[in-house]
Design a protein around this ligand. Structure first.
Ligand code: ZN
Length: 204
């Protein structure tokens, strides 16, 4: 994989000959902080937000943008370690995706509840629904921002405290993937509508 191909896949911005800036795949990156450089055919990556290079490379690998390590050529013990490390990283990534989906669903429910309370002028319930919406958004942000090492640790902790819950969550996400996408789109549309209504209310 050339630097240019990696840059293209990450929709990077070219900043000079053989240089790009992309949104770092190892953390939730709003502004591009990953530099990608082609130095005589060798790809160099560096995250200015502070991800370790191994984390960046692992995240690229998870997206098929970095060659797999030739683990088969390692001594047996190291090979096992390497496989274990790689598997636990992937498992943690899947868990994160599932968790984010579940949080999206919960946010949708809280949003419906909020709208219903608003329509029925139930002030107290409306305030509760709003608090819940904020809490869910905060949790969503926290999970989304976990980087490689933190993510693997959080996943291990969740497995330890509730292995069954983690398995259920993964099943649920696998079943519900398309559904969840539609729901997320619906939430975005609803929020835009609410925003428009609010602007119209202020203008009048
Ligand atoms: Zn980063």
């Amino acid at each position: 994989m050339t630097a240019e191909a990696i840059a293209q896949s990450l929709q990077a911005r070219r900043t000079g000959p053989g240089r790009w800036m992309a949104r770092c795949p190892a953390h939730h990156d709003r502004t591009p902080s990953l530099s990608i450089t082609d130095r005589n055919g060798t790809v160099l990556v560096h995250c200015f937000a502070g991800c370790r290079q191994a984390e960046v490379i692992e995240a690229l690998r998870a997206r098929g943008l970095w060659p797999e390590r030739k683990a088969e050529w390692l001594p047996r013990e190291q090979y096992r370690e390497e496989r274990k490390r790689r598997d636990s990283y992937r498992e943690a990534e899947r868990w994160k995706e599932a968790l984010l989906l579940a949080l999206e669903h919960a946010r949708r429910d809280a949003w419906h509840e909020f709208l219903e309370c608003e329509a029925a002028s139930e002030k107290e319930e409306r305030a509760e629904a709003l608090t819940r919406l904020f809490e869910l958004a905060r949790e969503h942000r926290r999970i989304r921002n976990l980087n490689g090492t933190e993510l693997v640790m959080a996943h291990a902790k969740a497995l330890q405290s509730d292995a069954k819950g983690v398995a259920e969550l993964l099943n649920y996400a696998a079943d519900d993937d398309r559904n969840a996408r539609e729901i997320t789109a619906a939430i975005v549309a609803m929020l835009a509508m609410a925003q428009q209504a609010e602007m119209a209310r202020r203008a009048s």
